[in-house]
Design a binder for this molecule. Sequence first.
Ligand SMILES: [Zn+2]
Ligand SMILES: [Zn+2]
Length: 539
Amino acid sequence: MHLVKGAFILKFIALGGAGEVGASCYLLEIAGKKILLDAGLRVNRLGKESLPYLNKLDHVDLVIISHAHMDHSGAIPLVYKRFPEAPIICTYPTKLLSEVLWKDSVKIWNDLEEEGGPAPLYDLELVEQTSFKLQDRPFNEWFEPIPDIKLYLHPSGHIMGAAAVLIDTEDAKVVFTGDMSAVKQRTVDGMEPIDFFNPNVVITESTYGGNIHASRKAEEQALARDIGDVLENGGTVLIPSFALGRAQELILILVNSMRGGQIPKYDLYVDGMVRTICDLYSEMEDDWPQSLKNFVKNSRQPLYWNQGGKNIPKVEKVNYKERYGLLVDMTPKIIISSSGMLTGGPSVLYAQSILERDNGAIFFTGYQDEEAPGRALLELKTGDEFQLADKKFKVRCKIGKYNLSAHADQIHLCQQLSYMSPDAVILIHGEREALQSLRTKLLDKYVVWVAQNGAEINPLESPKWLGESTAMQLEVENLIFTGTLQEFKNGRVGLKFEEDLAGTDAFKKFFSGFTRVEGKVRGNKLIVKAVPEEDKSQT
Ligand SMILES: [Zn+2]
Ligand SMILES: [Zn+2]
């Protein structure tokens, strides 16, 4: 661990998106410039509660959007409104996708306002102006959007257009991972390691910092098998899905499973915002991975809206009228609809129709927020009562969760960091438990900062450390005393130290609260550890 304490200023402050997944918005002060990395919303909240602390911003020189998901892009129009001069950089797919998601949000907010909800955060006019301001840049090349700041957008997997941002300046080098995944998906390749750039600081997402994902293939197979069972039993399967990314993958996975005979062939119905995003994905042929280009060419079918054929299911966009037909017709079929956590959108209506049917199923495939109805439903048993929107239900249908995550797990997060080998790491975009678990994994290699909303971090300065226990753990790891071994006649062994060990602060901290120690010989080293009194197994 070698920290460079620079004469320059390098500051980081999370305005949102620290200790949570939502409202990602980070201000980086580097080389005398203020760079805003993402500005998203809390997608489960409404109005002002959904916003990051934008009022903490007094000036912004440059804005970068890592990818189009609303938790990263949703507050960008408000940033533009306050700082219209600052260039906004993103990839081409992010530009197209963000605009569509912003417009959809305005529509939803306007409807909610009519029902007594809070005032919309922005309107269509501001969306138009902001979209016009977005500067799209290609992946994999350096450019200098403002003086002294060089940027490089590295494909980060996750969803189409998602980028990790490499920032190179005279003062320091920083990487912001955005959301990332090394697993190859059908609509986007996995992230390649960043092994060509050696940053001082990496700001990394930590969504699954505490998890190790099950094999993707096994999860896809389990999903296919369980869907097959429900369809053969005459039931409808609802897969609530995030509109952008997951749903596009799911459709391709299911169509493929039907073509391969793993799932009986039944029609797929696609509803909500998912439809519009599928249309956009279809248009962005240049940005498809090679494998997808080949697949579409060989299948002689459009990417999404298949007409159906011998082994090919029909994939249909549901319109408003058809939706109400589908809600009562619960014959075998698959419905894929936003939102992914049952927080709104048509997936809520479909779920309400399915919940009390024995032969139906609701299968989740993505992240479920702590407060989301989807998370609550997963914790219930058959027969339990469940409130969804304004109605109460007795859960009768099958409920399942399959991990098709588009986020790195703990192993991948650690690997990516080891390729970049930074001095300091800042953990963002994860719930407390995930952050703590990842921090523990990384502590012996890097200086690790767990960001907190509103708290400033100087990542390259000697850390004061955020918690006493971390300081203790690190000091103890580096605590080495030299002494001599003494053997007594009764078989007891003693250690004699040259200095007054018991008088040192580190010793007091190390052994405070402990009266027993455990010694282990490793090679020619004796490792001594304090053991809690009740833990007899260790003695
Ligand atoms: Zn994302
Ligand atoms: Zn995210």
